[in-house]
Each structure stands twice: as C-alpha cells, then as structure tokens.
Design a protein around this ligand. Structure first.
Ligand code: 4GY
Length: 226
C-alpha cells in the first residue's frame, strides 16, 4: 500500500520512521510519502492560508496549493480522506476497510481547516479519530496510518498478527504476565504456569469476557464488529 500524507508540517511525521512502521517501510511493506503542501503554492511568498469569507477569526487553507498537491499524487486507485472531527469516527472495522485500498491520500488540515471546495472536489470520506478538537490533522493521520499499517501483510511478526485477528475480536485483552512468576509479593495466576494450554485458553476467554462486560458493555452488542 502507498499512503500519501499531504501536510503543511512534514517534519511532524518523523515518528513513522521508528519501530515497527520504520522497519515496514525499509522492507517495502508500506510506502509512506509525506508531501509538503507549501511547495505547491504559486504565491510569491508560498502563502497557503487566508481569511474566511463571511468573517471570523482564524485562517483557512486556500484551495490552489491543495488542488495542485492532490492532483500530483491522485490516481485511479486513490481513496482520499480528510481527517476532521466532522467525519465518521474511526474504529477497527473502518481500519480493516481502509487496509484494502492500494493508495490512501490523507489530507491534514490546520488553522481553521480547508476550503470546502477541496472537500467537494476530491475527498471520498472524512474520518475523525474521536470527539475532541486538535490543532491539526497530523496526529489523526499518524493514528490512521499506524492502525492500517499493522494489518498489512508482513508488517507485524506472525505471532501477533495471528493472535490479534482471530479469537479476541471485539473483546478487551485478557491480563498478561511475563517473568518473574513472583514480583514484590505479587504472583502470576497459577493456571498460566500450569502448562495446560486448554485451561489457559479458557481462563483468558473468561477474563476477556468479564473485563468487557464491566468496562465496555457497548462492545458486546456492537455492529461495528465485522
Ligand atoms: N478529532 N479527528 C480531528 C481534529 C483538528 C482544524 C482541521 C479529530 O480527526 N481530526 O481534531 N482535527 C482540526 C483542526 C483543521 C483539523
């Protein structure tokens, strides 16, 4: 998958070069292309924002740099997303949907947002990462990239990818422990040390169900499942 990230702040995206996503990029499992919208401005001072028609405080990102920037990466395969609190709220079902595209183009707004004509012309859908207001679309874009990338083939280690998709779907994760078996007087549950894989699986399933019932009962009757 190729992901184009269009932003006025390309330096914000260095975290994507670390850890699992950094390795995935080096191994060509994902192609993350951060594009500086400012380079497309035809203004003599590379201006990319202006006051809103109708009045009001803040600045809006102007259409010209965005139109040219989007057109420089747009193909028949592109799915164009604008990160915005007005969008449908991201969840794991939507992440799975997005992971099937060959090319995502993510538009990051800043200031008061972008001219509506950019949205009307190019944007296939608006996506929100949650009901709170940030200063720009850069962090939401990184959240989306991270969540999508880990579903792509050969991005996670095999242990993880197998486990994550199969059994605990729409349940919260059971508690986990590593060595030592006792630390500062706190013992690991006996069943996990038993070597009885069937009993371990049963305990984990019970723990997941109980935790989900108390913390997130909304997940149990949720149609965002598959
Ligand atoms: N929440 N989910 C979000 C956000 C900030 C003004 C447009 C969110 O996706 N985006 O809070 N975005 C605004 C700031 C420009 C983006």
């Amino acid at each position: 998958m190729k992901i184009d990230i269009l932003t006025l702040f390309p330096a914000s995206f260095t975290p994507l070069n670390e850890s699992i996503l950094g390795r995935a990029q080096q191994n060509n499992k994902i192609d993350i292309n951060v594009v500086d919208i400012r380079e497309f401005s035809k203004d003599k001072h590379k201006k990319c924002d202006d006051y809103t028609f109708g009045g009001g405080e803040g600045l809006l990102m102007t259409p010209q740099p965005l139109f040219d920037c989007i057109e420089s990466v747009l193909t028949k395969d592109s799915h164009v997303i604008y990160l915005s609190p007005k969008g449908r709220t991201l969840n794991q079902k939507i992440v799975r949907e997005l992971s099937r595209y060959d090319n995502l183009i993510l538009i990051c707004g800043h200031y008061e947002g972008i001219d509506q004509r950019v949205i009307d012309t190019f944007v296939d859908e608006e996506i929100s990462i949650g009901d709170y207001i940030l200063t720009g679309g850069e962090l939401p874009a990184m959240v989306l990239v991270d969540a999508v990338a880990r579903l792509l083939p050969d991005v996670l280690g095999n242990e993880n990818s197998a486990q994550n998709e199969t059994f605990s779907d729409n349940l919260l994760e059971f508690p986990q422990y590593t060595r030592p078996s006792e630390f500062r007087g706190q013992k690991v549950p006996e069943v996990l040390l038993s070597g009885n894989h069937q009993e371990v699986a049963k305990w984990r399933q019970q723990q997941s169900e109980a935790l989900t019932r108390t913390r997130r009962p909304d997940l149990l009757d949720n149609k965002d499942k598959e």
